[in-house]
Design a protein around this ligand. Structure first.
Ligand code: THG
Length: 919
C-alpha cells in the first residue's frame, strides 16, 4: 500500500518542524532529567516525555506537517558513548510513540500530520574505520523497525557526513521496511560544511550519485550552515535529482558567544530564504535545523504550507562515484578508462605487493593509474590461497579514502564483492555477472545481483552462458539481450547502469579459430549498441594481445581499442598510460595491426600489403622482432632531431616530449623573443593538441603530458620575457570552476596576461562560485575568467553566471570563459543572453589578453572602445554525442568520438569549431 505521506511528497510543499536539540538545551533540564547521562537527549523520551511532547505540540501548533522523533542519537555509536547502546530500540520506540500521539491529536481529515523517524549519523565514521558498516546497518534496521511498529510514517536520515554511514542507514531502513512489510519513504539529508563539501570531502554530486540509486524517496540538505551557504548545493541537487528535494538549514551560521552558540537568522530571514529556494529549486519539504524554533516554523508554514511544488526539470547523468567525486559513465571525447593494474592476476607488481601485505605499495599502484588517466579502477584481489575477504576489506577501506577514483569490484566470489561494497563510500560497479552456471537459485548470478541492487551499484554483464563464452557475434548479442532483459525486467536495473562485456580473446595465438575473435567482438558491440542505445559496453582490452612482446602489445591494444570505440564501445579495462593515440603509431605497425584485428589475410588486405600469401600475424611479429618500448622511443627521437628547430619545438608539445627541450629553447632564443616562441610555436602545438583532444583522437593523459612540457617550456622562457609593465594595468581573477581539476588553459592565460602587465589572481582548481565572487570583490577585479575542461563545467559556468546575476554583480565584472568543451556560440549567445553583464569566449590565452585590453579600454573610457563584438553565429543547441547531461553545451563539432564536421552547422567559422586545450 502506498503511504499517504508518499502521495503528498512531491506534490505539495510540506513543512517539517525545527530544531529539537537546541530547544532541549533551552529547556533548563537537570542532570536528574538525563538520568545522570548528561547531554543524552534520547533518554528524555522515557525520563521527561512531557518535555518532548510539548516541543512536538508547539511545532504542530506552528503549522508543521511533519514532526521528527527525538531519536537523532538513538544509534549504536551515540548511545554507545553512554554505554547504553542496547537501549537503542527501546528509546526509538518510546520517542516514536510520543510523536505519534502528538501528531494524531493535531491531525484533521484535510490536514494530516506525519511522524518522521529521525536517523542521525552517530559519533563514529565508518569510512575512517571507526566502526563497522554491517554493525551500524543492523542497529539502524532494529531502531527503524521499532519506529515502524510505533507508527512512524517515514524516516529522515539526516546530518549525513560520511556517505558510507548514509548507505548503512538507507539499507537498514529498507531492510526494516521489508521485514515489517510496509511502504516506508526514506528521505536523506546530507550536511555540507562551509568548505563546500561534506566532512570527509564528498562533493554534492558524489552524494547524489551514491544515494539516489539506493532507491531513496527524497534528498536534501540539513545542518552545518544557514540557507545562504546551501544555495549552490541545492542548485546541484535540484538540477539533477529525480527524487524530491528537501532543505532544513540552521538559523544561519552560528556565532560563538559567551553563552554558547547563537544563531543569527530570525524567522523573517529564514522564511525569505526558504520561499526563494522553494521556488527556485522546486523544494518539496522545508524545515529548520539547529537554532530554529516554533516561531521560525510558524512563519515558514504561514508562507509556504500546502503550496504546489514548483516544477523542476532535472537532468540525470549516469555516473559512479568515489568518496569524493562523481564520474559520468559517458566520457565527453573519450572512452571511459578503467585502470587494470590494481589486479592481483593482471599485475605482477600488484600481486607481489599484496602478498607481502605492502598496502602502501598497492595504493601507490592505484594512484599511478589515476595519474595515467584512468577514470575508474578495477580492483581484483582474487588469488589462490589468500583470504579474499580480508584482502578486499583492507584494500577497499584504504582505496576509499586514498584514491579519488570510483572502484570497479572484480571478483568471482560474492563474499569478496560484498566486502568491497561494505568498505567503499562511493558508488561502485560490480565486475561481473554472467549465466555461466545458469540463473537458478544457487547460481552466482542470483547470489551477486541482490548485492548489486541493495547497494545501488552498476554492473558489468559478461556474454557467457551455460554453453560457455560466446564466440560469434550472434551468440554474444543473444546472451547480452538475455542479460539486459533479465537485469532490467527481473532486477529493476536501469539500462544506463549496465555495462555489457562482449569479451576479448587473444587473437595472436596462431590458432586458426581465434583469428576472427576480434572481428566478432567489434561487430557484436556495433549490433548491441544499435539495438540498445542506452546500454553501455566495456572490454578487457589487454586480453587481445596475450603472447606478444610488450611493444607489440601496446600497438595491438591501442588499435583494437580504437576500432572498438569506433564501433560504439563506451569503456575499457586498460593500462591507460600504454594506450597510444592512433596518430602516434608508426604507419605500417598500425596498418598491419588493423589487418590483424579485422582478419584481413592475403588479397583481402588493402594494397600494398594485400598480396597472395600475406599474413598480418607473421608480418606483425616480424615488425616487432627485437623491438622494445625503448627502441621505439629512440626511433621517434631520431625523427624529431631531423626536424627544423621551431617545427621541432611545436612537435615536442604535441608529443609531450621534454627530452632536449631546454637546449632547443635556448637555441630558439638566439633567433627570436621568448614571448614570440610561446605565441607562435608552443601555443601552435597546444592548438593541435586541443584539436586532437576535441575530436577524440588523443586522450587526456597525453594532453596532460603536453601541458607538462608546455609548463616546463614557459617556466624556462619566463625570465626572458619582458614585462610590459609590472602589474597595475588591471586585475583579472582566474579560476577553474567547481568540480573540475584541469587548469592547463587557465595557467596559460595567467602567464600571458600577467606578462603583459596585468595582475592575475589565480585561484586554482575546483573553485566554488562564492570563492570566485569573494576574490573578485576583495581584489577589486576588473574581470573574471573561468575555465574548465569537462562538459559538466559548461553547466557550472552557466550557474555561476546566474549567481552573479542574482547577487547583482553581473555588471561589475565582465567574464571570459575558456575550455575545451565550450564553443564560441554557446558562450556568446546562450550564455550572453542570460547573463546580465558581458561574457565572452577566449579561445586561447591571446584572445584572453585581447579581451583584457578591451575591458580596460572601456573602463578608462577610451573613445570608441568596446568589448569585441559577438563573433559566433547563432546555432541551435543539440545534445552532445554520448553525453546526457551537457546538452546545452553542445553547439559545435569536435565533440563526438568520431570527431569530424558537424552537419548541424555547416557554416560555422573554423575557429569556432576548434576547441582549445584550455581548462
Ligand atoms: N572483462 C572484464 N573484466 C576483466 C577482464 C575482461 N578483468 C580482468 C581482465 N579481463 C582485464 N585486466 C587485465 C589486467 C592485466 C592484463 C590483462 C588484463 C595483462 N597483464 C600483464 C600480463 O599478464 O602479461 C601483466 C604484466 C605485469 O605483470 O605487469 O596483460 O576481459 N569485465
Amino acid at each position: 500500500m502506498t503511504s499517504a505521506l508518499r502521495s503528498a511528497l512531491g506534490s505539495r510543499l510540506l513543512i517539517l518542524d525545527g530544531a529539537m536539540g537546541t530547544m532541549l538545551q533551552a529547556a533548563d533540564l537537570s542532570l536528574d532529567d538525563f538520568d545522570g547521562l548528561e547531554g543524552c537527549n534520547e533518554i528524555l523520551n522515557v525520563t521527561r516525555p512531557d518535555v518532548i511532547s510539548e516541543i512536538h505540540d508547539r511545532y504542530l501548533a506552528a503549522g508543521a506537517d511533519l514532526i521528527e522523533t527525538n531519536t537523532f542519537g538513538a544509534n549504536l555509536s551515540a548511545l554507545g558513548e553512554y554505554n547504553i547502546a542496547e537501549r537503542a530500540v527501546e528509546l526509538a520506540g518510546a520517542a516514536t510513540r510520543l510523536a505519534r500521539r502528538a501528531a494524531d491529536a493535531a491531525s484533521t481529515p484535510d490536514r494530516p500530520r506525519f511522524v518522521v523517524g529521525s536517523v542521525g549519523p552517530g559519533t563514529k565514521l565508518p569510512t575512517l574505520g571507526h566502526i563497522a558498516f554491517a554493525a551500524i546497518r543492523d542497529v539502524y534496521q532494529q531502531t527503524i523497525e521499532a519506529m515502524i511498529d510505533e507508527g512512524a510514517d517515514a524516516v529522515q536520515i539526516e546530518t549525513c557526513q560520511d556517505l558510507l554511514q548514509a548507505k548503512a542507514a538507507v539499507i537498514g531502513a529498507h531492510r526494516a521496511a521489508a521485514a515489517r512489510g510496509v511502504d516506508l519513504p526514506v528521505m536523506v539529508d546530507i550536511t555540507v560544511e562551509t568548505t563546500g563539501t561534506m566532512l570527509l570531502g564528498s562533493e554534492t554530486g558524489a552524494a547524489l550519485t551514491v544515494l539516489e540509486p539506493l532507491g531513496i524517496d527524497a534528498i536534501g540538505m540539513n545542518c552545518a550552515t544557514g540557507p545562504a551557504e546551501m544555495a549552490e548545493h541545492l542548485r546541484t541537487l535540484s538540477g539533477a535529482a529525480r527524487v524530491p528535494v528537501t532543505c532544513m538549514p540552521n538559523a544561519g551560521l552560528p556565532v560563538i558567544t559567551g553563552e554558547g552558540a547563537r544563531y543569527p537568522l530570525g524567522p523573517e530571514d529564514l522564511t525569505e530564504a526558504l520561499t526563494d529556494y522553494a521556488q527556485r529549486f522546486g523544494l518539496s519539504v522545508v524545515g529548520g535545523c539547529c537554532g530554529t524554533t516554533p516561531e521560525h516554523i510558524a512563519m515558514v508554514s504561514a508562507a509556504l504550507a500546502g503550496r504546489p511544488v514548483a516544477p523542476r526539470h532535472p537532468v540525470h547523468v549516469d555516473a559512479v562515484a568515489s568518496l569524493y567525486s562523481e564520474v559520468p559513465l559517458s566520457q565527453d571525447t573519450a572512452y571511459l578508462a578503467i585502470g587494470e593494474r590494481t589486479n592481483a592476476n593482471g599485475s605482477k607488481a600488484f600481486r607481489e605487493a599484496m602478498l607481502a601485505e605492502n598496502w602502501d605499495e598497492c595504493i601507490d599502484i592505484a594512484k599511478t593509474q589515476t595519474r595515467d588517466g584512468a577514470h575508474l579502477l578495477d580492483l581484483c584481489v582474487d588469488y589462490v590461497g589468500r583470504d579474499g575477504t580480508a584482502d578486499m576489506a583492507t584494500l577497499a577501506a584504504r582505496m576509499s579514502t586514498a584514491v579519488t577514483l570510483p572502484v570497479v569490484l572484480d571478483s568471482t566470489e560474492p563474499q569478496v564483492l560484498r566486502t568491497g561494497l561494505e568498505h567503499l563510500a562511493g558508488r561502485c560497479i560490480i565486475n561481473s555477472v554472467n549465466f555461466e552456471d545458469g540463473d537458478g537459485p544457487e547460481s552466482r548470478y542470483q547470489r551477486v545481483m541482490p548485492l548489486v541492487r541493495e547497494h545501488g551499484a552498476g554492473v558489468v554483464a559478461l556474454t557467457i552462458d551455460e554453453e560457455g563464452q560466446a564466440r560469434t557475434r550472434e551468440w554474444k548479442v543473444r546472451v547480452a539481450s538475455r542479460l539486459i532483459d533479465d537485469l532490467v525486467g527481473r532486477w529493476g536495473m536501469e539500462v544506463g547502469d549496465i555495462l555489457v562485456d562482449c569479451l576479448t580473446f587473444p587473437i595472436a595465438t596462431g590458432q586458426q579459430e581465434t583469428r576472427r575473435d576480434g572481428v566478432e567482438t567489434i561487430e557484436a558491440i556495433r549490433e548491441l549498441k544499435s539495438r540498445y542505445p542506452g546500454v553501455r559496453t566495456t572490454l578487457g582490452v589487454s586480453n587481445i594481445s596475450f603472447g606478444l612482446n610488450p611493444a607489440a602489445r601496446i600497438v595491438l591494444n591501442s588499435v583494437f581499442l580504437h576500432e572498438a570505440v569506433e564501433a560504439g564501445l563506451d569503456s575499457a579495462i586498460v593500462h591507460a598510460a600504454k594506450i597510444l593515440p592512433i596518430d602516434r603509431i608508426p604507419e605500417e605497425q598500425r596498418d598491419v595491426a588493423l589487418d590483424l584485428v579485422w582478419d584481413r589475410r592475403g588479397t583481402d588486405a588493402p594494397a600494398p600489403r594485400g598480396v597472395e600469401g600475406y599474413d598480418p600475424l607473421t608480418r606483425f611479429l616480424e615488425l616487432f622482432e627485437g623491438v622494445t618500448a625503448a627502441s621505439m622511443k629512440a626511433e621517434r627521437e631520431a625523427e624529431l632531431a631531423a626536424m627544423p628547430l621551431l617545427e621541432r619545438l611545436k612537435q615536442r608539445i604535441i608529443d609531450g616530449n621534454a627530452k632536449g627541450l631546454i637546449e632547443d629553447l635556448d637555441e630558439a632564443l638566439t633567433i627570436k623573443g621568448a614571448l614570440d616562441i610561446v605565441n607562435e610555436d608552443l601555443l601552435a602545438g597546444m592548438q593541435v593538441v586541443g584539436e586532437l583532444f576535441g575530436s577524440g583522437r588523443m586522450q587526456l593523459p597525453f594532453v596532460l603530458q603536453s601541458a607538462e612540457v608546455m609548463k616546463t617550456a614557459v617556466a624556462h622562457l619566463e625570465p626572458h620575457m619582458e614585462k610590459t609593465d609590472a602589474g597595475g594595468k588591471g586585475t583579472l581573477v582566474l579560476a577553474t570552476v567547481k568540480g573540475d581539476v584541469h587548469d592547463i588553459g587557465k595557467n596559460l592565460v595567467d602567464i600571458i596576461v600577467s606578462n603583459n602587465g596585468y595582475s592575475v589572481v589565480n585561484l586554482g582548481i575546483k573553485q566554488p562560485v562564492q570563492a570566485i565572487i569573494r576574490a573578485a570583490e576583495e581584489h577589486h577585479a576588473d574581470a573574471i575568467g573561468m575555465s574548465g575542461l569537462l562538459v559538466k563545467s559548461t553547466m557550472v559556468m552557466r550557474d555561476n553566471l546566474l549567481e552573479l546575476n542574482r547577487e547583482g554583480l553581473a555588471r561589475n565584472y565582465p567574464v571570459m570563459l575558456g575550455g575545451a568543451a565550450l564553443t564560441r556560440s554557446y558562450v556568446e549567445h546562450d550564455l550572453n543572453d542570460l547573463f546580465e553583464g558581458e561574457v565572452r569566449y577566449a579561445r586561447d590565452a591571446f584572445e584572453g589578453l585581447r579581451l583584457m585590453d578591451s575591458v580596460m579600454a572601456v573602463k578608462h573610457g577610451v573613445p570608441g572602445s568596446s568589448l569585441p563584438e559577438i563573433r559566433a553565429r547563432r546555432v541551435p543547441a543539440r545534445p552532445r554525442a554520448g553525453s546526457v547531461g551537457g546538452a546545452e553545451a553542445a553547439t559545435s563539432g569536435g565533440s563526438g568520438k568520431s570527431g569530424g564536421a558537424d552537419p548541424a552547422q555547416p557554416d560555422v567559422r573554423s575557429d569556432v569549431a576548434r576547441p582549445t586545450p584550455a581548462g
